[in-house]
Design a protein around this ligand. Structure first.
Ligand SMILES: CC(C)(COP(=O)(O)OP(=O)(O)OC[C@H]1O[C@@H](n2cnc3c(N)ncnc32)[C@H](O)[C@@H]1OP(=O)(O)O)[C@@H](O)C(=O)NCCC(=O)NCCS
Length: 200
């Protein structure tokens, strides 16, 4: 879920790096990604499990991209477009919400429906957890997902996160109250070996 929780404060904002995994490139979100983000993120099956606006028209996606870039410019988040190495296709979006005051980051991601089930979310999430611990030196990475979305829970388990509980009736999406499953991993529990594990 994309859910800003950072507080304000003085932050030296570094340009975002481009990260690479075996099959993916995670490069900083750019305004030119809007059409591809809209084509994938506009699918109801993606919107249903995220905080993406729906319907996702041209104006909504423009504002969504601008909002993400603004947060990044303030040092509050690190938003990445997830691209396939083999052909450069944009297949999803993933990132970290930074909370420097509390030495932690929130992990979030979504993949376009045509790309589900290939291990891409796991591969991207695993790299972002590594980035948070190894490159940013943070102490905790957390994530949450709609409880009736077990695929996302599976991704979090595969990247080494532990289930930390459930916030019941946490928010309302399309007239339905949703429970949120909470996951997290601490730097001292995380093993760099997890980064070289198979994407699946
Ligand atoms: C959840 C989501 C990110 C998964 O992306 P993905 O690239 O298909 O994920 P992966 O292929 O890396 O892994 C998915 C895992 O979930 C499992 N899975 C899929 N459907 C499942 C289900 N209904 N119940 C349990 N597990 C399920 C897969 O089998 C796989 O686990 P495995 O490797 O142990 O077999 C993608 O479906 C998505 O973007 N959904 C909509 C948005 C969303 O939910 N974002 C997350 C918000 S917190």
């Amino acid at each position: 879920m994309w859910r800003p929780r950072s507080k304000g404060g003085t932050v030296t904002v570094q340009p975002l790096p481009t990260l690479e995994t075996e099959r993916l490139v995670l490069r900083p979100l750019a305004p030119g990604d809007a059409a591809a983000v809209r084509a994938l993120g506009g699918d109801r099956r993606v919107a249903e499990m995220t905080l993406l606006p729906h319907p996702f028209g041209e104006e909504e996606v423009r504002r969504w991209v601008e909002g993400r870039l603004e947060w990044a410019a303030q040092g509050k988040s690190r938003p990445f477009s997830v691209l396939l190495k083999e052909d450069g296709a944009l297949v999803g979006h993933a990132g970290l919400l930074l909370d420097r005051d509390n030495d932690k980051a929130g992990l979030y991601y979504w993949m376009g429906v045509p790309y589900w089930g290939r291990g891409y979310a796991t591969e991207a999430a695993r790299e972002l957890v590594r980035h948070a611990f190894e490159d940013l030196g943070l102490g905790r990475v957390y994530a949450d997902h709609v409880a009736r979305n077990p695929a996302s829970g599976r991704v979090l388990q595969k990247v080494g996160m532990s289930y930390e509980g459930c916030r019941r009736r946490d928010f309302k999406k399309w007239d339905r109250f949703e429970d949120l499953a909470l996951y997290g991993v601490l730097a001292e529990e995380w093993s760099p070996a997890a980064t070289s594990a198979s994407p699946r």
